[in-house]
Design a protein around this ligand. Structure first.
Ligand code: PLP
Length: 460
């Protein structure tokens, strides 16, 4: 069935279907007004009057439609999307299989609350995630709505299982904005500033950050383990929570051997090893889960973002005996595993398989590395190019140093939006540009977006 796109004739709509079968929007960068255009400016004025100033938006325009690799704004401008709504629309925005599954479900029932009247899609999703997460052992899942909620629940589960309280997280970590996850998140501004007191029993260890510490993985792990043993003590430690590739902290890929050494130490000491795969999970890095690429089998994995194609769903999936540890009724929530979200998630997982999106993520990785390494070769402000799959970043520095250049990252992201490309920044120092295109983006559009970025760098 062809879905009509506002502003397009049926013929134009049909012609605009992407090779990946994505939604029918012309796959092009097209600016028809200044950015932001008049309708976006009008909405921005209403927003300023009605929406909390504490909720920020990086783009100055309002969305009207999105699909394939583009976001179209309310003025008819079409932007190449290199952000996927922060790593969420991995299978594409309004991906046809997700739209069909949610449409079918919404007409049957919207909610019963799994804690009241259960339904099959919740169970099927738990079965699928048990198969897809790393590790050949019995696994179970519980579902929630946000990534932060999944992380909170992973900690609850680890505490119930171990009878211990302490939690170790790492430098540059980002785990969310709730009280416990604020404590677990490293960066103060803007996530924590003025919001304390924070949850106790959270300890921070040094990460492996090859660009900045120059340590090999085992040495960096020994440094972290020494600190954990001295400052926390294994006997008090419930869980170690780590992102296999750090997201908001700057797309930091730890040196090889770092994560396996930490995981092995956790195992020897009865500590629950939690991989926070909220950003890296579900095909984003070219594997179902990035832990597999690091050769680790986490006890628990937290999953959100890309798993449900834009519907709010998160999960804790892991060793059955650990996930079963809390008392019955100890986990849950009114909307956790809502039927629209579980239907969407099952459609996302099918789409990853049907369209071989793991391979597509690796192809996207090739394009991102080729373009960004070429940029780094001619521009000394690009200090490092790193990442995995369709999750790649450049760290910007003052030439000849490792001194962060946050102003340049901001300038490039702002100017890229003016020229029709959505790019996000991240990093504890705000000096990282990150690239997270949806896997439904076509190669032509991806290359065009990087042509635009080359121009922005040359002019900045
Ligand atoms: C690794 C990681 N954990 C947790 C979160 C929090 O997820 P949410 O914003 O859905 O609460 C994020 C969000 O960016 C994340 O990247």
């Amino acid at each position: 069935m062809t879905t009509l796109t506002p502003g397009l004739s049926p013929q134009e709509t049909a012609a605009a279907t992407t090779p990946q079968g994505g939604p029918a929007l012309p796959q092009e960068i097209r600016l028809v007004t200044e950015v932001p255009g008049p309708r976006s400016r009008e909405l921005a004025a209403r927003r300023t009057a009605a929406v909390s100033a504490a909720v920020g938006s990086s783009m100055p325009f309002f969305a009207q439609a999105a699909g394939g690799g583009v976001v179209v704004d309310v003025d008819g401008n079409s932007f190449a999307d290199l952000g996927s709504g922060i790593a969420v629309t991995t299978v594409g925005n309004a991906a046809p299989a997700v739209v069909a599954a949610v449409t079918e479900q919404v007409a049957r029932f919207t909610h019963t609350c799994f804690m009241i009247t259960p339904y099959d899609s919740y169970v099927e999703l738990a079965e699928r995630l048990a198969e897809l997460t790393p590790g050949d052992f019995a696994k179970k899942s519980a579902f929630f709505t946000s990534g932060a909620e999944a992380v909170e629940n992973a900690v609850k589960i680890a505490r119930a299982h171990t009878g211990r309280q302490a939690v170790v997280v790492f430098d540059h970590a980002y785990h969310g904005r709730t009280n416990l996850t604020m404590a677990m998140t490293a960066k103060n501004m803007p996530y924590k500033n003025g919001f304390g007191p924070f949850a106790p029993e959270v300890y921070r260890a040094p990460l492996s950050y090859p660009f900045r510490d120059g340590l090999d993985g085992p040495t960096a792990a020994a440094r972290a383990i020494s600190l954990i043993e001295k400052q926390v003590g294994a006997a008090n430690l419930a869980a170690i929570v780590v992102e296999p590739v750090q997201g908001e902290g700057g797309f930091i890929v730890p040196a090889p051997g770092f994560l396996p050494a930490i995981a092995a130490w956790a195992k020897e000491n009865g500590v629950v090893f939690v991989a926070d795969e909220v950003q890296t999970g579900v095909a984003r890095t070219g594997a179902w889960f990035a832990s597999a690429l690091e050769g680790i089998e986490p006890d628990l994995v937290t999953i959100a973002k890309g798993v449900a194609g834009g519907l709010p769903l998160s999960a804790v999936t892991g060793r059955a005996e650990i996930v079963d540890a809390p008392v019955t009724g100890g986990l849950g929530g009114t909307y956790g595993g809502n039927p629209l979200a579980t239907a969407a998630a099952l459609a996302v997982l099918r789409t990853v398989e049907d369209e071989d999106l793991l391979a597509r993520a690796r192809q996207v990785e090739d394009v991102l590395f080729r373009r960004l390494r070429a940029l780094a070769a001619r521009d000394p402000r690009v200090g490092d190019v790193r990442g995995r799959g369709a999750m790649v970043a450049v760290e910007l520095v003052r030439p000849g140093t490792t001194e962060p250049d946050a102003a340049l990252a901001k300038k490039v992201a702002t100017e890229a939006a003016q020229r029709g490309v959505i790019v996000l920044t991240c990093g504890t120092d705000g000096n990282v540009l990150r690239f997270l295109p949806p896997l439904s983006i076509g190669d032509d559009l991806l290359e065009q977006a990087f042509d635009v970025l080359d121009g922005v760098f040359a002019a900045s």
